[in-house]
Design a protein around this ligand. Sequence first.
Ligand SMILES: Cc1cc2nc3c(=O)[nH]c(=O)nc-3n(C[C@H](O)[C@H](O)[C@H](O)COP(=O)(O)OP(=O)(O)OC[C@H]3O[C@@H](n4cnc5c(N)ncnc54)[C@H](O)[C@@H]3O)c2cc1C
Length: 288
Amino acid sequence: MSDHAAPFTSPLPALIIGGGPAGCACALWLHRLGVETLLLESSDRLGGLQRLSPYENLWIPGVQDRTGEQVAEALHDHIAAAGVPHRLNTRVTQIGEGFSVTTEEETFRARHLVLATGTRPAAGPFRPAPNIAIGPGHPMEALEVEGRRIAILGGGDNAFDQARFVLHRGAAHVTVFSRSAPRAQSLLQDMIPQADIRTGPYQADPDALTVNGEAFDGFGVMYGFEAHVPPGLSLTSGNGYVEVDRFGETRTPNLWACGEVTDYWHPCVTTSAAHGVQVAKQISLRLR
Ligand SMILES: Cc1cc2nc3c(=O)[nH]c(=O)nc-3n(C[C@H](O)[C@H](O)[C@H](O)COP(=O)(O)OP(=O)(O)OC[C@H]3O[C@@H](n4cnc5c(N)ncnc54)[C@H](O)[C@@H]3O)c2cc1C
C-alpha cells in the first residue's frame, strides 16, 4: 500500500530512506523548504524505534506525558497532516551510484539521497522465540516473566533497565550476565540490588535455555543496537555506522545520512530529529 502513488519519471531532488524521527524531520523540513521530496518507510507506520517503546519518553524538551509509541504516532500524523509525500511498506533493497534506489516494486532516481535507516536491536547468535526476547521495549514486554527465572544477557543500560522492569512485572528471579564489568550507569545498577549479577564469560544455549548449564525460563538479549544500512554502496566505517561530516554528508557528494545510522554522538529522538533538520537545510541550500 502506498500513501503517495504518483509515478516519478525524472530524478527526485531528494529521496529519504527511513521514517523514524531523523527521516521524518528531514522530510518535513525539505517539504516546507519547497524541495520536492519522497520518504520511503519499510514498515506500515512512521515513527521508527519509538514504535517499540511502551514507556513514557521523559527526554524530549516540550513533550510531556507521552510514551514512545505516542511519540511515533504523533510523527506519523504530522507527516500525513503536512502532506509530506511518503510511501509505507516500501523497503529499499539496494542503493546504487547516481543515485538509484531499488524497492521490491520499483526503482527511483534521486539527486540527493538521505539514509535515515536507524538501527535495530543486535541479536548476536539468537533468534526471536516465545522465550527469547531481542532488544528492549515491546519484545521484552511480550516475554512471560511472572514467577519465572529470567536471564538478561548484556551489561549496558538496557540490560539493567529491563532487569528492573522484569522484576517489577513479578519475575521470581533475574540474573544479569555481563561478559565484562557492566557498562550500565551506576544509578541503574543500584536500582536493582536484588538482581543476581554475574560478570565473566558465559555460554548461553537458546534451545535448552541454559546459561553455563543453569536453566532459565526465558532470555532477554540486550546486546545493544546495530546500524541498518541498505546494501549497495560501501558507506560504513569499521563499526558498521555511516560516517558523515558535520552537515550530515558522507564522503560521496549529495549522499547524506542522519540519526542513529550515523556515527553521531548520543542519538536519541531529539538529536536524530535535529540531525535530519540539518541535512534538510543543507540540501535546500545545495539545490538553490
Ligand atoms: C525501547 C526503546 C525506548 C527508547 N526510549 C527513548 C526515549 O525515552 N527517549 C529518546 O529520546 N529516545 C529513545 N529511544 C531511542 C530513539 O527511539 C532513537 O534514538 C530514534 O528513534 C532514532 O531515530 P532514527 O530516525 O535515527 O532511527 P529509527 O527510529 O531506527 O528509524 C529508522 C526507520 O528506517 C526504517 N528503515 C530501515 N531500513 C529501511 C529500508 N531498507 N527501507 C525503508 N525503510 C527502512 C525503519 O523501519 C525505521 O522506521 C528508545 C529506543 C527504544 C528501542
